[in-house]
Design a protein around this ligand. Sequence first.
Ligand code: HEC
Length: 131
Amino acid sequence: MNAIALQALTILVLMVGFQPARATDVSRAENLFRAKCAACHSIACNRNGPKLEGVFGRRAGSVADYKNYTEELKNSGIVWSDDTLDAFIRDPGKLVPGTSMTAAGQIEGAKDRRDIVRHIRRQDKRSDLCL
Ligand code: HEC
């Protein structure tokens, strides 16, 4: 087998090998979001909790048409990023004492938190979804 054929074969094997893993991660993240967040949140619609559309780079408590924020969250000075989202869902009441987002939104596993945050970022790009 010549070098180019070998390279092509390697690339093919890598593509086939990695595809299912990525698909599994995506659905794992989606399932986590559904199980842990979707009861109160969607991307595009306010529910019990505020919509998460455009959350990255946005100040906490700033969705204009969501009326149920606590003063504590609005005054927290937090800007949402991968890190602040991770800290919030790790322990909402620790990052923002007095928040009305309860322990129901608390995620213990670091990988679970990372997957959920990535999922929100992915969904945000298709922000017409009311999950
Ligand atoms: C039991 C309902 C509930 C669950 C479950 C829940 N949340 Fe919340 N969430 C809320 C409420 C209510 C607020 C508003 C809190 C406040 O104003 O103090 C909120 C606020 C937030 C905010 C701040 C948004 C903003 O506009 O500043 C983010 C981000 C967030 N939640 C993400 C999540 C994620 C991610 C999950 C899943 C891991 C989750 N929440 C699970 C009810 C929930």
